[in-house]
Design a protein around this ligand. Structure first.
Ligand code: EPU
Length: 428
């Protein structure tokens, strides 16, 4: 079993390269199932979610090979089955979008209810309702959705909530539908925009992305293309806060300022220096103190829920009280119970976390509760006195490629070690 050990107190400095976005890559990989021939995708991150999705693909006859460290060639011409491997699908959320993609190819599909981080109920009702409006029929048997459709038919859909996954799923399903589809109250995340750009590069006719109404004119066929996955705004935000909490000075190479405006604006309010430069962003903390800030998670372009645990962690050593409101996921404060073991003062009241800054955090054994909560604990360890030991790393591995190596490169005293039960190394 592997644990991360971090000894706090080192100010991070240097350059970190921001790799490809997990959520963008997952959506585009599913979109590529529609495309006959070899799609070439650059900047694909290597993490366990991507690995799982590619395993699902391979078991279904799709050829997927990395030709260099982050370039993937994918050929779905020989997709042989409409039934996805249920155990693998249940391990992640994004695999559910295969339902619409496979129904487009075969007219029917069998996909299990998805998994993903335990951060809330995360139902799939918007997905199913939207696909029904495009003409599909479903039954749910033993946790598996069985869908069928002759051909998706264009429809006028209005989402109850601007769900990122639903918007991407319906966009994929509508790409080769007969007629025109509009998706109102849709999501506007950069990963939604980039999926549309990928599909358009393959011959789709999608307009309006980035606004609240997307229009998709169905096309008969698509052709393969060569395309790049976006730099990961969640990785960029994680290293930005790591730099700030440690009192450091770090350049986030390839990070895109526009994709993280809300996070950076709150960091500026907290007294952190943020400079957009050519091909990246510099993050520097000049002041001794971090100012308290309040923030509330919202659909894009609001403050992203995925960055809530990360920024909230920085505020645990702020000079005053901050109020964090989580509106997207009802169960995304679990990391604060672990931070409390390190001396953080966080009180949860419904959807609010009231964080009263403390002078110091103290290293302790903590358990990663989910992907971003786990990364938040690593960040807390960077500034805590003594050693913080983080377990349940499989959550972190779902979305961060080489987190420990990158932090080491920036000067952190951090290691990932295999330990036997009850055998804790005394220094790192
Ligand atoms: N929702 C429903 N019904 C649905 C779909 C969503 O009630 O059918 C609710 C969700 O429960 C949630 C809200 O709508 O309360 C928003 O969920 P959304 O569909 O936007 O999220 P998602 O597509 O399942 C993606 C990311 C998440 C990220 C959210 C929000 C992927 C694979 N996952 O999830 O990423 O938190 O958008 O931005 O793209 C992460 O990377 O750590 C992560 C959890």
């Amino acid at each position: 079993m592997e644990h991360i050990f971090v000894r706090g107190g080192k100010a991070l400095s240097g350059v970190v390269e921001i790799g490809g976005s997990k959520n963008d890559a997952l959506a585009i990989l599913v979109g590529a199932i529609l495309v006959p021939g070899v799609s070439i995708l650059h900047n694909v991150p290597v993490n366990t979610d991507i690995h799982n999705l590619l395993n699902i693909f391979r078991q279904m006859g799709v050829q997927a090979n990395f030709t260099s460290s982050n370039t993937l060639e994918l050929d779905a011409s020989n997709l042989t089955t409409s039934e996805t491997p249920h155990d693998l699908v249940r391990q992640m959320r994004a695999s559910f979008n295969l339902l619409g993609a496979i129904m487009t190819r075969f007219g029917h599909a069998e996909v299990a209810m998805p998994g993903g981080c335990n951060i809330g109920a995360r139902p799939v009702n918007f997905h199913i309702e939207g696909l029904r409006q495009l003409g599909a029929e479903f039954t749910l048997e033993h946790g598996v959705y069985h869908g069928k459709v002759d051909r998706f038919l264009g429809a006028d859909i209005n989402l109850e909530f601007p769900s990122a996954g639903t918007t991407q799923h319906l966009m994929i399903a509508a790409t080769c539908a007969m007629g025109t589809t509009t998706i109102g109250n849709c999501a506007a995340e950069p990963e939604v925009v980039n999926l549309a750009e990928f599909l358009n590069a393959c011959g789709a006719k999608i307009t309006g992305v980035g606004t609240s109404v997307i229009v998709i004119e169905g096309v008969q066929t698509l052709h393969p293309t060569e395309f790049s996955i976006l730099p990961d705004r969640m990785q960029a935000g994680t290293y930005a806060v790591a730099a700030a909490i440690s009192g450091g000075d770090v350049f986030l190479k390839h990070a895109i300022y526009d994709h993280s405006r809300h996070l950076f604006s709150k960091m500026l309010d907290a007294g952190i220096q943020i400079d957009a430069e050519l091909d990246g962003i510099r993050v520097k903390r000049n002041a001794n103190t971090i100012l308290p800030v309040d923030f509330k998670t919202m659909p894009h372009p609001g403050f992203p829920t995925d960055m809530q645990p990360i920024l909230a962690t920085m505020l645990t050593i702020g000079d005053g009280t901050s109020v964090v409101t989580e509106t997207i996921y009802e169960n995304r404060f679990r990391f604060t119970m672990e931070l409390a073991k390190m001396g953080a003062d966080v009180r949860i009241s419904g959807r609010n976390a009231i964080i009263t800054g403390v002078k110091r955090l103290s290293g302790a054994p903590v358990v990663s509760p989910d992907l971003r909560g786990g990364a938040a604990l690593v960040i807390a360890g960077l500034v805590a006195e003594g050693v913080t030991e983080i377990s349940d790393l499989h959550h972190i591995d779902r979305g961060y490629e080489n987190l420990v190596g990158n932090l080491q490169h920036l000067g952190a005293d951090i290691d990932r070690l295999t330990i036997k039960e009850g055998n804790i190394p005394c220094s790192v």
